[in-house]
Design a protein around this ligand. Structure first.
Ligand code: FES
Length: 105
């Protein structure tokens, strides 16, 4: 599994998603509830950036139609989205946030 640095921990504001690109894949990096998560930045319902949505209770909400995706599993908990969004393993090394594009689920 190859981890790549995507940003510094200090660049992540609590509950404010940060969009990064990893090998051409858009990824939303989210610091919340004492952890850092990485989820594909494209909603599974339409081609919309999830990093423009809000974070609450370990979920990220799509701003267009309101589906909420669990940051741990990528699964939606509300329609209209029915398919999960890929989530990726995260490692913290010092102040570095590293992500691997290998999917966890
Ligand atoms: S585009 Fe995300 S829920 Fe419709």
């Amino acid at each position: 599994m190859t981890f790549v640095r995507v940003c510094g921990l200090g660049e992540l504001e609590e509950d404010t998603p940060k969009r990064v690109e990893l090998d051409g894949t858009p990824v939303s990096v989210v610091r919340t509830e004492g952890e850092v998560f990485a989820i594909n930045d494209i909603c599974s319902h339409a081609n919309v950036s999830l990093s423009e949505g809000e974070v609450d209770d370990c979920h990220i909400e799509c701003w267009l139609h309101g589906s909420r995706f669990d940051l741990r599993s990528g699964k939606p908990d509300a329609l209209p989205a029915t398919r999960p969004v890929p989530v990726y393993p995260v490692k913290i090394e010092g102040d570095d946030v590293l992500v691997s594009l290998t999917q966890e689920s």
